[in-house]
Design a protein around this ligand. Sequence first.
Ligand code: FES
Length: 107
Amino acid sequence: MPHVIYIHSNGERHEVEVPIGQNLMTAATSHDIEGIVGDCGGAMSCATCHVMVEEPFAALLPVPDDTENQMLDFTAAPREANSRLCCQIVMSDVLDGIAVRIADPQL
Ligand code: FES
């Protein structure tokens, strides 16, 4: 099964197996990964699933749609060039090993 690495602001890393088709917010909350809140359940209305995607994976993701793009302007932690809402990142074979830094704070 593919896996994702969540990186906390203190550098701590958590590696989690994620089924193909599951988004990285759901994977994080179901594994109690601290720092990913996911208040809206993936409806793109809370921006509490803000992560920064490490290369080379950031370049493999589709560009954010208009709604994600707007929500990324209202995140609690400043937006970075590689900022994404992880509820919109859906695990696939090519994303196996993706590493995301968890934005701090989320609220
Ligand atoms: S979970 Fe609310 S925007 Fe991602």
